[in-house]
Ligand binder design. Structure first.
Ligand SMILES: NC(=O)c1ccc[n+]([C@@H]2O[C@H](COP(=O)([O-])OP(=O)(O)OC[C@H]3O[C@@H](n4cnc5c(N)ncnc54)[C@H](OP(=O)(O)O)[C@@H]3O)[C@@H](O)[C@H]2O)c1
Length: 206
């Protein structure tokens, strides 16, 4: 049975998922946006940052999101930022399909992550991700431009936003350019922790 196609991102209260420039990743805004992630046990384990960490619902959500994902798709800007920041053992441990105009050979990392560069469109990237994921789900990992294309094409089944208590004022807006005449949402669940509010929606066509 084919899995779902989903995305799961952290968003500021005013709707941004990243500062405009990837040079500002690890800057104050990014750290505030992702503050709920860094202390979690699963995050620390997955990035080999050492023992310990928090174990509440935020941690379970990170672990469940990882475990349901059989393959990921991401845009080239997210990949470029990650290529600089991820450790040698990249934190996906599955195939990752990078949507890009660039031609590049697959890049295999220790620990099970292989990045495949797909230069013939979002549908091909998703098809290849579905084939790799088997009965697990495909995560559209980001960033905003890539998520938006999948959303507007009607290819997202479900998404979760971790709404962080921070205001950006400017940056990369998650829903900038969404085809609101086509995309309708159905609430699935809301969960909150002391750090963040997790909002999950199913996507329906209008
Ligand atoms: N808050 C969160 O949870 C979260 C999650 C994920 C990512 N992010 C952040 O999001 C930011 C990146 O987002 P973004 O919206 O700027 O960029 P993006 O979606 O990561 O990448 C866009 C780039 O991907 C390539 N691309 C996308 N669609 C394509 C298509 N159909 N055909 C060919 N190439 C295509 C193009 O690059 P080329 O033309 O160069 O190939 C395009 O410029 C990063 O700062 C990242 O850290 C945040």
């Amino acid at each position: 049975m084919a899995g779902k196609v989903f995305f799961s991102v952290s968003m500021s209260l005013d709707g941004f998922i990243a500062p405009e420039s990837t040079d500002e990743l690890m800057g104050r805004q990014w750290m505030e946006l992702q503050r709920w992630v860094f202390p979690q046990r699963f995050f620390r384990e997955n990035l080999k940052l050492g023992e310990g960490g928090e174990e509440g619902r935020d941690n379970d959500i990170l672990r469940e999101t990882f475990e349901r994902t059989g393959a990921s798709v991401m845009g080239k800007r997210m990949f470029d930022a990650g290529e600089r920041a991820w450790p040698e053992e990249a934190p996906f441990h599955t195939p990752v399909f990078v949507v890009t105009h660039e031609k590049r050979d697959p890049w295999e990392r220790p620990g099970g992550t292989t990045f495949h560069f797909v230069d013939d469109g979002i549908e091909t990237a998703l098809e290849r991700a579905r084939d790799s994921a088997g009965d697990r789900d495909v995560r559209i990992a980001g960033g905003g431009a890539t998520i938006l294309q999948y959303l507007n094409a009607g290819l997202i089944d479900e998404f979760t936003i971790a709404l962080s208590p921070v205001l950006f004022g400017s940056g990369i807006r998650l829903f900038e350019g969404v085809d609101a005449s086509r995309v309708a949402l159905e609430p699935v669940r809301t969960e909150h922790s002391p750090r963040v509010t997790h909002l999950t929606y199913a996507v329906r066509e209008r």
